[in-house]
Ligand binder design. Structure first.
Ligand SMILES: [Zn+2]
Length: 300
């Protein structure tokens, strides 16, 4: 059973909003688009993993995607977490293409694409760090200890995995399509009941209440002054700015399109790029409204 489903990250939504609100000739758009494409490819990989994870018997497990938890000042992000009454599994999902070589002697992780080699942080080390942090998190929240397994999942079967020597990494790094088989294998190793239904419920509730998705300061990341963003309501039909408010509707001065709720997108963009809260004054300024009551009505 999925308790927290996979969804587009705030960062992907923010990049989309930013491209929308910057003038078309902004020199930043290329950089933001390239960044967005990488993040969307990553999201596709996670969706592929989710597709395979969906084929495990759902009634036995509780599944959470994209959790961000903290122990003291340390925050850690888990791509997916599976909880059963016998064990817990942390999944670290990776979307690398090409050939991946794990050198356990030097603890290196090398990707080769078109004979070009590139080094990356070892995802197993990352996964083991998360394993330790989750263990501490359980203690901190007065939840009983449970065996924690960690797996690095490579989203696509076209990615070739290699090791430099005899090592047991094939035990920890798998292709997404082998997930059902791997979970069955882990299941066969744990026979001792660790968590009652009541404790699992408590653990789920605590995970959801303590999950704190990262809200990046997107304008600062790309060094964009707030004044560079376009204000007003965009026409959903011809995409031009800005629509005028007349007779309780939005009117486009360019294509004459009339909309009842075109302000919704502007308010979502405001939320994503500027602030999670908005005052009546900010709303009037951002949507080019003069009437306080209209702003109040639209915000409601
Ligand atoms: Zn229009």
């Amino acid at each position: 059973m999925i308790i927290k489903d996979l969804s587009e990250t705030l960062r992907i939504k923010m990049n989309h909003a930013l491209i929308n609100l910057l003038p078309n000739d902004s020199p930043k758009i290329d950089l933001i688009s390239v960044d967005l494409a990488k993040r969307e490819a990553g999201f596709q990989g996670e969706k592929n993993f989710r597709y395979h994870l969906n084929s495990v018997p759902q009634e036995d497990f509780r599944i959470f995607y994209d959790l961000r938890l903290n122990v003291g000042d340390t925050f850690f992000q888990i791509d997916a977490l599976l909880i059963s009454q016998f064990f817990v599994i942390i999944f670290e999902v990776k979307n690398f293409y090409g050939t991946l070589t794990f050198d356990s002697k030097f603890n290196q992780f090398i990707r080769t694409v078109n004979h070009k080699e590139e080094g990356f942080p070892n995802p197993l080390i990352q996964a083991k760090k998360h394993q330790r942090l989750l263990d501490l998190w359980l203690k901190k929240n007065k939840l009983p200890p449970v065996p924690i397994e960690c797996l690095v999942v490579i989203s696509y079967s076209s990615t070739i995995l290699r090791t430099t020597e005899n090592s047991n990494i094939n035990d920890k790094i798998i292709h997404a399509e082998n997930i059902t088989f791997k979970i069955e294998e882990i299941k066969s190793r744990y026979k001792k009941l660790k968590l009652t239904s009541r404790i699992i419920k408590k653990m789920s509730d605590t995970l959801i209440s303590q999950d704190t998705p990262l809200r990046p300061d997107i304008l600062q990341i790309y060094n964009i002054p707030q004044e560079d963003l376009r204000k007003g309501v965009q026409c959903p039909q011809c995409k031009s700015y800005a629509m005028n408010r007349k007779y309780r509707r939005w009117h486009c001065p360019h294509c004459t399109f009339i909309s009842k709720d075109a302000h919704r997108q502007a308010l979502i963009d405001f939320y994503l790029l500027l602030s999670p809260t908005i005052t009546n004054f900010q709303c009037r300024e951002f949507l080019f409204l003069t009437n306080r009551k209209t702003a109040q009505f639209l915000l409601t």
